[in-house]
Structures are given as C-alpha cells and as structure tokens.
Design a protein around this ligand. Structure first.
Ligand SMILES: [Fe+2]
Length: 187
C-alpha cells in the first residue's frame, strides 16, 4: 500500500469507521508505512528538527482533524528528556515513531473505578519504539493507560492517530504517587 498524506483523509476515514478491533491493526499498518515514506519524512518530519532543539517540553507540531471528529492525526515532537504524564484517551489510538526513539510505558488499573478521582495503577511493561519497530496501539479508557516520552539525548518525533471519541471528555490523567485520576477536557 502506498501511504501519503495526500490520500490520507479517505484512508483514515475508512479505517476509523471500522469497529475498534478492526481499526487498530489497520491504523497501525497505516502509520508503520507512513513513517517509512521518504516524502512524508522529508516534508513533515525533518523540518521539525530545528525547532525541536530549542523546545523545552513536548508538543503537537502538526494536527489534522476530521471536521466531524471521526479521526485526528497528530505529529508529536519530543525534545530529549521530555514525556507525558500517565494518561488515557476516550478514543482508541495508534502511534509510530518517525524519528529517534520514544519510550512507551503501559499501566494496568487495579481498582474498579467506583471511587471518584481514585485510581490504583500497576506498571505493566515498557518498550522502546524506533521507526523500524512499527506502531503501538491503545484501547480507549482503562485499556490503554500509558505514558510516552523521550529518555534519549536527541529529539524524537512520533505520529499518532486517534479514532472517534467514546465519551464527552478527551481522556484522563493519572498520578499513581497518590492514587489520583481526573478527567482531561482539552484535546
Ligand atoms: Fe496518549
């Protein structure tokens, strides 16, 4: 399959209309192909390197949203030593590293969610992702509690696809040092 941003809207829409279990492997394949495409790397990824060197925190450098919220494709820049807090999303997600290496940490939720703003987590695993490693996927909500960052000494860039939201909120942020969870409303 030839992947390009030129035909991405139609491809992404067809992927994101599928049930989650069918959409995830296709989104992963889409991203794994995209991050190996020289035209995409040259036009969308490499130009980000200059600004990444001057940034202090991670940020979303490019974002392509379906007008009706069916999907969102986002390019994240990770300066050395940056990373998200532990969080989940109200949509499924898939992401692939396009440049450098990112570290993904995954967590299991141990409580049943019945106590407000309380969540007990246990770290499940962690993996380093480079462009040749393909894409990782997360389920919505408790099925995809994770943290992504760049523990290395050079900038990293990753490309993410999020499917349709299943809830009003964007997702949740977790602080396992005090068994805390709260809704995140800003996408
Ligand atoms: Fe995430």
């Amino acid at each position: 399959m030839t992947t390009s941003l030129a035909n991405s809207p139609n491809v992404l829409r067809s992927i994101c209309e599928l049930p989650t279990e069918s959409a995830l492997p296709r989104a992963a394949r889409f991203l794994a192909d995209l991050v190996k495409e020289p035209a995409f790397l040259g036009s969308q990824i490499l130009p980000l390197l200059r600004e990444a060197r001057n940034a202090e925190g991670w940020y979303v450098a490019r974002r392509y949203d379906a007008h009706d919220g069916a999907y969102s494709l986002q390019v994240f820049v990770w300066p050395p030593g940056t990373g998200t807090m532990i969080h989940d999303h109200s949509s499924w997600g898939a992401y692939a590293c396009a440049l450098g290496t990112v570290l993904e940490e995954r967590y299991d939720r141990l409580d049943d969610g019945t106590i407000a703003e309380h969540a007990r987590l246990r770290k499940a695993w962690q993996l380093l992702w480079s462009p040749e490693d393909g894409a990782s996927t997360v389920l919505p909500g408790d099925g995809g509690i994770h943290r992504v960052g760049n523990p290395g000494t050079t900038p990293a860039v990753s490309v993410h696809i999020y499917g349709p939201r299943t809830e009003e909120v964007d997702g949740r942020d977790y602080d396992p040092s005090r068994d805390y969870v709260c809704d995140r409303t800003e996408g």
